[in-house]
Design a protein. Structure first.
Length: 553
């Protein structure tokens, strides 16, 4: 639902492509906007038209985004700025916020990210407008209140007096400002009032109510026939919210002098207003901090992804281009054996590139739920044996010892043999890659029970088979065990820069989870190295969302 009072967005960017793309995104969201190419033109446009939000680049020819924001806010303090910044900017995100912007966007950004920032900013403007209207209503309420409303500093002196003070006591508000509260207390009631304000400094926040006699002004300009007025006093202290409850500083007192018949209604109005103001400030602070942390995390993840992909794609492509260039230049000058070497290197690089592309496509399909599975009953042991046969030459060439523990349980399960073969191939290949010559790789099986269902309320279990691949390599640090299955993540001990995309284990995780199974890594408890374990259900089962029943078929 669009804010009917929203007056539009001004885009400021000297990059014509970014300007046009951002304009197109915002108009697709349904918001009105205009675009200019410099800070100087933005100030001219603001003189002619009304806008609520300025979306400005930080680095521009002439006036930069921070300078524009400072000059514009001097003339139009209602404007909110969202600063667009790139990696080359000298301003950090925290400095942008400190300079006065309500938010920032790291280039390049997606439409969803831009929409989220704009919608939050528009929502905050609406809430602020509503709060100002509420404050206006609150001021009107004080001016027309039949009670006396006041605030005191920590020493008990008036800092504000409003309401019916002249009607009830005959004193003007100006006469009472700066005077101690005891000035209007009649007779020996001053001792009770003084005790009350001393008590306020103990750290108690509970609202206090006290019946007091307040003296009235006798004679001109507001004569009263009685010396005092019987009143009921309601007051509560205000404390610094930035420190703990035990040590927080007492800032003063808010209070009301009223007739008993009006006490509860007026007290509730003040209390609700104070709580609403406090909650609004706290919520906005928390939202900004959460948005800042989320944006920084997303920016780091994006940078790591692009850096890894750039390296992995560039390396094999460089090999293909280099050796093909050698072949074309020397085709009539080198023997066939040399040309064959060039073609072999081109083939090896292309194969590496194809593996990366296939991994990316597989992961994309798996995460999108578009991977087809041919689920059939079969023997996991046969798939393991086939994989070990394919890798036997590599195992022998590296001088590794292979041990397959004879299973004492059934190894039958329901699975897609090709996909589970891919999982086993990845796990065994990793073990071969990181196990030194002369060390051992062990494959073992066991029975297990898997949770039937993915909801936290699903408590049933189904029978499953467990496959474990142990190696005696360098192992995975304990603090990295939970992240080793994340995309483009490699252990700090194995990430030597020699290649590898970090997609293999992420693909294994997606495949096993699609089988309603489980996969994880541990440190090898029997020797140095790692253990990768995955579980598969022995049979298909149907999960009924209603009633929580689980059936095996």
């Amino acid at each position: 639902m669009k804010d009917q009072e929203f007056q539009g967005i001004l885009i400021v960017d000297d990059d014509e492509v970014v300007e046009e793309l951002t304009t197109s995104m915002i108009r697709r969201m349904g918001y009105s906007c205009a675009a200019v190419s410099s800070g100087e033109k933005a100030l001219e446009r603001l003189q002619r038209e009304n806008f609520d939000i300025v979306l400005s680049d930080i680095v521009m020819t002439g006036m930069n985004g921070i300078e524009l924001m400072n000059k514009a806010k001097e003339r139009y303090p209602h404007l909110d700025f969202i600063i667009m910044t790139g990696y080359t900017s000298e301003y950090s995100y925290s400095n942008i916020i400190k300079a006065g912007a309500i938010d920032y966007l790291a280039k390049p950004f997606e439409q969803a990210e831009l929409q989220a920032r704009l919608e939050r900013a528009i929502k905050e403007r609406r809430l602020l407008r509503e709060l100002r209207e509420s404050e206006k209503r609150y001021s009107t309420l004080i001016e027309n209140s039949p009670d006396i409303i006041y605030t005191l500093d920590p020493e008990g002196k008036f800092t504000f007096v409003g309401g019916a003070v002249e009607d009830l006591l005959g004193f003007s508000a100006q006469e009472l400002l700066g005077k101690h509260f005891s000035f209007i207390v009649f007779g020996d009631d001053r001792d009770r009032a003084r005790w009350r304000f001393n008590e306020r400094r103990t750290g108690e926040r509970a609202t206090k109510r006290l019946e007091l006699r307040l003296k009235t002004r006798m004679g001109e300009p507001k004569p009263f026939d009685v010396d005092y007025l019987a009143t009921e006093l309601s007051a509560f202290g205000v404390y610094d919210p930035s420190v703990t409850r035990k040590d927080r500083t007492f800032l003063g007192t808010y209070g009301v002098v009223r007739d008993i018949s009006e006490r509860k209604r007026a007290e509730e109005t003040i209390r609700r207003h104070a709580e609403m103001l406090e909650q609004t400030v706290q919520q906005r602070t928390a939202d900004l901090e959460t948005a800042k942390e989320a944006a920084e995390a997303a920016n780091r993840a994006k940078s790591e992804f692009l850096a890894n992909m750039s390296h992995e794609l560039r390396t094999p492509m460089h090999g293909i281009l280099s050796f093909s260039r050698f072949g074309m230049k020397r085709i009539d000058k080198v023997p066939k054996e040399k040309l064959l070497h060039y073609f072999e290197q081109i083939n090896a690089s292309a194969t590496r590139l194809m593996v990366l592309l296939n991994d990316l496509l597989d992961l994309s399909k798996l995460e999108a739920g578009r991977m087809d599975y041919q689920m059939k009953k079969g023997d996991v042991r046969q798939v393991v044996n086939t994989t070990l046969s394919e890798l036997s030459m590599t195992i022998r060439e590296k001088g590794l010892l292979l041990e397959v523990v004879e299973p004492k349980v059934s190894t039958e399960a329901t699975f897609d043999s090709l996909k589970i073969g891919q999982v086993i191939h990845n796990l065994v290949s990793n073990a071969i890659k990181f196990t030194p010559p002369g060390k051992r790789i062990t494959i073992s099986y066991d029975s297990t029970r898997l949770r039937a269902g993915r909801r936290h309320t699903d408590y049933g279990t189904v029978s499953g088979v467990s496959v474990a691949v142990r190696d005696e390599g360098m192992g995975i640090p304990q603090d990295e065990v939970d992240t080793i299955f994340d995309k483009f993540v490699q252990s700090s001990k194995t990430n030597t820069g020699a290649g590898g995309t970090g997609l293999g284990l992420a693909i294994c995780k997606e495949i096993v989870q699609a089988h309603r199974g489980k996969i994880w890594a541990e440190r090898n408890p029997e020797a140095q190295g790692s253990v990768f374990i995955f579980w598969l259900p022995r049979r298909n089962y149907i999960r009924r969302d209603l009633g929580g029943e689980h059936h095996e078929s």
